[in-house]
Design a protein around this ligand. Structure first.
Ligand code: COA
Length: 163
């Protein structure tokens, strides 16, 4: 298991410019559909891990609705160093503090690293929405068409963990 670095500062992110830029580059939109709702990461809560130089190590976007929290985006800028694990732990802590009882995440069908990441952290599969991304792309045409290792993106997989 990767060891989370301890030299990073956790901060609430209010300026979502960098997060939106990363989302646009990697996903084609800064909105994300999860549990059949659309969330704009420019509008919901965000957390970040930052190096002492100010450089960003990881960013996460999340929100809570009822007893469920939603992890709408998680991006590591230092792959393989444990920063995404630390970022996820921070979101779990923040979601618990709102009283949420579970945390849901959405992955596209190509995202094998994400599948490994979340299941290694204890998430279980909770939903499969066939062709959900194709439907979303018909509304937001900029959504990417291929992802990890050029796998065509069609479907949404949801995972959840009890808090
Ligand atoms: C998935 C992602 C967040 C992982 O970030 P990371 O900083 O590399 O992850 P960490 O170093 O904190 O954690 C490593 C764990 O992630 C998983 N992982 C990361 N990259 C992986 C890869 N290429 N293949 C398989 N598993 C991978 C592993 O479970 C690994 O832990 P383990 O070695 O103990 O099994 C990162 O690849 C990313 O930003 N992807 C693009 C955005 C995205 O898909 N986010 C998730 C959906 S919102």
């Amino acid at each position: 298991m990767s060891e989370p670095p301890d030299d990073l500062e956790l901060r609430v992110v209010t300026d979502k410019t960098e997060l939106c830029r990363i989302m646009l580059a990697s996903w084609g939109s800064h909105s994300m559909m999860i549990d059949l709702h659309v969330y704009d990461v420019a509008e919901i809560d965000a957390l970040g891990l930052f190096e002492s130089s100010g450089a960003t190590a990881a960013l996460a976007s999340w929100t809570a609705r009822g007893d469920t929290a939603y992890l709408c985006a998680l991006h590591s800028l230092r792959p393989g160093e444990g920063v995404a694990i630390r970022m996820l732990d921070a979101v779990i802590e923040a979601a618990r503090a709102t009283g949420a009882k579970k945390l849901k995440a959405m992955l596209t069908n190509d995202n094998m690293p994400g599948m490994t990441f979340y299941q290694r952290r204890g998430f279980r599969l909770s939903g499969l929405y066939l062709e959900a991304i194709d439907a979303y792309r018909s509304v937001v045409p900029t959504i990417i068409k291929t992802g990890y290792r050029d796998i065509p993106i069609h479907d949404a997989l949801e995972l959840e963990i009890a808090l």
